[in-house]
Design a protein around this ligand. Structure first.
Ligand code: DLL
Length: 433
């Protein structure tokens, strides 16, 4: 079902006019209400009136995650405090969080775009949506919740975790649509099987999965295990949350909700804007957001854009599955982690060595992190039990920093590879290509 035929199937030329009108308005708002943008524009002699065509967007400087961090928590807000009705923050732990503020109008738009995702997943008003994205500062839980209510479906606000209960509710309530990260969907499928049940014992017809990288192979496995059609959903806190782009049943990429977001693909090195089908970094501009309108945000996510009418009838541009990042951020079980946080945790433990390597694997369905740390030559001769203690101490300190459990293995001094340039700190053995 197409939730908003007018917007999703609009003639592309007509949509461009709408985008330009909205872009001009948002640029005015950002310039006049956000000192950061005022200064940025003035520095290069750019005036909001200089944006006369959609291509003129290229005159606007990029906004980065560092800019947003520097503005922590509320400096990017473009609305009066009394008009802000909800706040969310990125899934990273302290120090890396970026905050986003929504007006009532923003929440309505957010609900609109996730309602579109539910439409794409074959949603009906009588459907029950088991929402296992985390509720809280993370945008996943509330984003889907707002959309499910706007759609008129029934939301089961499970939030994440407690797998046994999730399965019980799924069977007893006869949930129709599942929303969670793809790795958790797979985990639920396996747990279902372990309990002696199969797809025939549940009522699910589709799933809306995102918030982390995943592959076609994982899609097939989830579909088989749960007996559903599995669809991709993309979004990020800085721009809105889930729903920025949603996949339809054609499963050929995610439709960007272009009436609300303007996408560009750039070469991350030269910053040049790339054409259709060319892989590069996704840059997004909010066209309608009023609480915190972000212009030309460098997402660091690697994808490409595909224009043209989809077999589903929608005319919005599609972005292909994300295959990587242009920075060193990685997500572990849905939580954003930067190597610098791991390093901080490691080095808080006195007599730990700064030579380390982070190994990420997905042995079954859930991510595992192992941090190999060289021991200093002085410690090398120590008793085994002292080394075990040190491992546990480092694991605890890092765990505190990133909010996740990690395994630490001490390795011999000098055994980790040295690099003359940028050290290779992260070995991600999960395959997302
Ligand atoms: O992950 C929002 C979201 C919630 C999206 C639920 C989809 C479903 P953040 O925590 O701010 O927000 O993380 C945003 O996650 O820049 C990507 O690197 C990654 N990401 C999000 N969706 C996908 C996806 C939410 N479908 C960051 N495929 C983004 C690959 C994704 N990566």
């Amino acid at each position: 079902m197409i939730w908003n035929e007018k917007m999703e199937c609009m003639d592309p030329e007509e949509r461009k006019e709408l985008q330009l009108k909205r872009l001009k308005k948002t640029v005015q708002r950002a310039y006049h209400e956000v000192p950061f943008y005022h200064k940025r524009f003035d520095e290069i002699g750019l005036k909001p009136e200089d944006i006369k065509t959609l291509e003129d967007i290229q005159k606007i400087p990029f906004t980065t995650k560092d800019d947003l961090r520097a503005a922590y928590p509320f400096e990017m807000v473009a609305a009066e405090p009394e008009d802000i009705v909800e706040i969310h923050a990125s899934s990273g732990t302290t120090g890396t969080a970026t905050v986003t503020c929504y007006t009532e109008k923003d929440i309505d738009i957010w609900a609109e775009i996730t309602a579109r995702a539910i439409g794409m997943a074959g949603g009906l008003r009588k459907d029950k949506i088991q929402n296992c994205y985390g509720y809280g500062l993370f945008t996943g839980g509330f984003g889907i919740d707002h959309g499910a209510k706007k759609f008129g479906a029934t939301v089961i606000p499970m939030s994440s975790g407690n797998t046994k209960r999730q399965l019980e509710i799924m069977r007893d309530f006869k949930s129709d649509i599942l929303t969670c990260t793809p790795s958790y969907a797979m985990y639920l499928g396996e747990a279902l099987q372990e309990e002696g049940y199969g797809p025939e014992d549940i009522n699910l017809k589709s799933g809306i999965f995102g918030a982390e990288m995943w592959t076609e192979e994982l899609r097939h496995r989830i579909e088989e295990k749960l007996g559903i059609i599995a669809l991709n959903i993309y979004g990020l806190t800085e721009i809105m949350g889930p729903g920025v782009a949603n996949e339809c049943k054609e499963q050929t990429g995610m439709h960007i909700q272009e009436d609300h977001f303007y996408p560009e693909i750039i070469n991350p090195k030269t910053l040049e804007v790339l054409g259709d089908n060319e892989k590069g970094e996704l840059v997004l501009t909010c066209l309608t957001k009023t609480g915190m309108p972000i212009l030309r945000f460098r997402t660091k996510d690697v994808t490409s854009l595909v224009h043209g009418k989809c077999a589903c009838g929608r005319t919005t541009v599609k972005m292909t599955r994300i295959t990587g990042r242009t920075d060193d951020m990685f997500k572990i079980r849905g939580v954003m982690v930067f190597p610098s946080q791991i390093e901080r945790g490691l080095l808080k433990v006195s007599n730990s060595s700064p030579n380390y390597q982070i190994h990420i694997t997905r042995p079954g369905t859930l991510d595992e992190v192992e941090i190999k740390v060289e021991i200093t030559p002085e410690l090398f001769s120590d008793e085994m039990k002292d080394l075990d203690k040190l491992e546990a101490k480092i694991a605890k300190s890092i765990g505190k920093e990133i909010g996740l459990r990690v395994n630490v293995t001490l390795v011999e001094p000098g055994s980790l590879p040295r690099s003359e340039g940028k050290a290779i700190r992260v070995i991600d053995e999960r395959n997302f290509e």
